[in-house]
Design a protein around this ligand. Structure first.
Ligand code: AHR
Length: 666
């Protein structure tokens, strides 16, 4: 895809790449990579490879968040999607009885959760309220599922009978297949005239790819129901209100050094009222304030800040929350780029306090006001927040500048240890990019967030992008990037362009300190943006070839770049030569050519005449391949042991990423 002849020369620190005149280009077999294996090297960021999680493509509700009931608290609304109502995903089905389903708000469970369902039975006989989950509820035989809901008896008997009856009302909860086969059931008795939480463990007797939860009332009366929830008992690390184990494990397998969340455009929202406000996402789930998702659906925020931070801790990743910079998305309100709204300056003090409260919530002692809320949620120890994103891809307008500066100054004054990450607009160049960088220089912002969704050839052509970055300016977080190939498919060509890019980021890891592919997750049938790193449905996870590249880099993270020289520079070969924190020597080599390459590798200062090394290779002769759902991956990483010496020949297959790891011996 890329045009090999236009790739610029690398001039990174400690690198000597000598480009002979075209006429003198050596035969392919004479390529020599010389590595100064004993040099102290250049220390780089050990947090480089991370992930960026945004609730796009049904990544949270219906995705990573393990809740199986859709619209569990009857808060869906046409503000999120035109055709949605409080009963989206729910259905009333008379089964012998006659009844009604209403939405009400007179006795809300909590002001943040204003609506609930009223299920009434007029003529005794079964009346069922059915939830279809997110495209059906996937159940496994013998596994435990925790059902819970809040209920309140409104009246027993007829609604207008004129006097209160003390009789309890029965409610039968069932897991059923779509054709009505009962998989598990439990009867409850609703006694009180106040909200009570009821729960049970249900164990299905058979596997079901698309089951339903059926709540059956059968006696005359009226019941209020809210926050109807069904969770697999097995969540990731068995966390209550936790994450889908297989998806979370797939992310953990990347060994990301950080997780950026909760967005993206989701953060600055569709207008000021739609800002993602972190403090609305903590505490009991039935008390969290839900809202429409800028990506056209609903956020329960059941996966909220506590759950994000807990996940980070569980997988050893730094949390990197992003807060709005006091302005909304410039695309707010269907304006196509002219809709940035600025929070009134009179409200900025309170807003800044919210940001400072986040830091106290994450890092403060359990005795502090916000640290106490973290402790009450089950985490008395601080989470150790280090990075804080302020803004995302905002237009760098005067309104933005003013608000960003207020937030940045307050955070840096009160919490000088926090690394504020600013934004330089949506593109890797252009007006916002230039203005954003100027602002970062003026305010001495410690790190800025660059984004690029570009063709594979752009990545190859820009391998030297950071070689020339001024090391005295802000550090860079490559917060969103992905190679967009033809038809935006996750081809091997795209994955290798990203691999080449990552070698360049490693070589420049003194200035580029964090990097994350975007977006991370996409649910089949609800994908709004392509390509994504990991696709999934209710039962399966489908990692892409780009995922495999990220996994290989995450599992071969480095800490020190070693000087190296590639004689006879080919224009579609990218490399990094480094040591990890344990001293292992790691060579990463990306061959973007459609022909194999033979390379002589000289390890200056390496004295062992023959040493074992591991070689991991991701390769395929056809760069157009993509992983297909339900089929074996189009290319897998082959691992073998090889022998290395102070000078050895090594073949790079066509279209390949090769990683040679030579264990450190003291
Ligand atoms: O990653 C998808 C979107 O791309 C993000 O929300 C936004 O920051 C960017 O435009």
């Amino acid at each position: 895809m890329h045009t090999p002849l236009c790739r610029p020369l690398h001039l990174a620190f400690l690198f000597l790449l000598t480009l002979p005149a075209a006429a003198e280009l050596p035969a392919i077999s004479t390529l020599t990579l010389t590595v100064d294996a004993n040099a102290p090297g250049k220390p780089i960021s050990t947090d480089l490879v991370g992930v960026f999680f945004e609730d796009i493509n049904y990544s949270a509700d219906g995705g990573l968040y393990a809740e199986l009931i859709q619209n569990r608290s009857f808060e869906y609304s046409p503000l999120a999607r035109r055709e949605w109502t409080n009963f989206t995903a729910w259905e009333l089905a008379p089964r012998g009885g006659r009844g009604e389903l209403d939405v009400d708000g007179a006795f809300p469970l909590h002001p943040n959760n204003p609506h609930y369902a009223v299920l009434s039975v007029r003529d005794a006989g079964e009346v069922a309220l059915i939830n279809d989950g997110f495209d059906g509820i996937t159940l496994r035989a013998g596994e435990n599922y925790r059902l819970s809901f809040f209920a309140r008896r409104l009246y027993a008997g007829g609604r207008w009978d004129g006097q209160k009856s003390a009789s309890p009302l029965p409610l039968l909860a069932r897991l059923e297949t779509r054709d009505g086969t009962i998989l598990a059931e439990q009867t409850f008795s609703i006694n009180g005239d106040i909200w009570v939480k009821l729960s049970a463990t249900l164990t299905p007797t058979a596997d079901a790819p698309a089951a339903r939860l059926v709540l059956i009332a059968r006696e005359r009366g009226g019941l209020a129901l809210d926050e109807v929830s069904l969770f697999p008992a097995k969540t990731f690390r068995d966390r209550p209100n936790g994450l889908r184990a297989d998806l979370a494990q797939t992310i953990a397998d990347l060994r990301p050094r950080f997780i950026r969340f909760p967005g993206g455009c989701l953060v600055h929202g569709d207008g000021i009222p739609n800002f993602y406000r972190w403090q609305d996402t903590i505490g009991p789930v039935e008390q969290r304030r839900q809202q429409p998702n800028l990506w056209g659906y609903h956020q329960t925020v059941g996966l909220g800040y506590f759950e994000y931070f807990q996940f980070c801790e569980d997988i050893g990743a730094h949390p990197l929350p992003v807060v709005p910079a006091g302005v909304s998305c410039q695309n707010s309100g269907h304006t196509g780029g002219t809709g940035q709204q600025c929070l009134p300056l009179a409200e900025m003090d309170a807003y800044i306090q919210d940001v400072l409260d986040l830091i106290e919530w994450a890092n403060g002692p359990a005795t502090s006001t916000w640290g106490a809320k973290r402790a009450a949620a089950g985490h008395p120890a601080p989470f150790g927040l280090k990075y804080l994103g302020v803004g995302n891809e905002d237009n760098i307008t005067p309104g933005f500048r003013e608000r960003f500066e207020l937030i940045q100054r307050a955070v840096q004054t009160r919490h000088p240890g926090i690394v504020v990450i600013g934004t330089v607009g949506p593109a890797p160049d252009g007006e916002d990019f230039e203005r954003g960088w100027r602002l970062a220089d003026e305010l001495r912002v410690p790190m800025i967030d660059e984004h690029y969704y570009k063709t594979p050839s752009w990545f190859w052509d820009n391998l030297a992008r950071y070689d020339a970055y001024d090391r005295s300016r802000a550090k860079v977080y490559a917060g969103e990037y992905a190679a967009h190939d033809d038809k935006r498919r996750s081809t091997l060509r795209a994955a290798l362009a990203e691999a080449a890019h990552l070698t360049a980021l490693e070589r420049n890891g003194d200035v580029v300190t964090l990097a994350s592919y975007a977006p991370l997750l996409a649910k089949r049938g609800h994908t709004q943006w392509s390509p994504d790193l990991i696709y999934f449905d209710n039962s399966n996870v489908y990692p892409t070839l780009s995922y495999e590249v990220q996994r290989l880099f995450g599992n071969n993270a480095v800490a020190t770049i070693l000087p190296s020289t590639l004689h006879g520079i080919p224009l579609d070969l990218a490399f990094s030569t480094a040591r990890d924190t344990t001293g292992d020597l790691i060579l990463k080599l990306v061959n973007g050519a459609s022909t194999p390459r033979s390379l002589r590798i000289e390890l200056a200062g390496f004295t062992r005449t023959s040493a074992p090394a591991t070689l991991a290779v991701l390769a395929h002769p056809d760069a157009n391949i993509v992983n297909e759902d339900g089929r074996p991956p189009a290319a897998t990483t082959r691992t073998e042991t090889i022998a290395v010496s102070p000078a050895f020949e090594h073949d790079l297959p066509a279209h390949s990423l090769s990683i040679i790891r030579i264990p450190h011996t003291p």
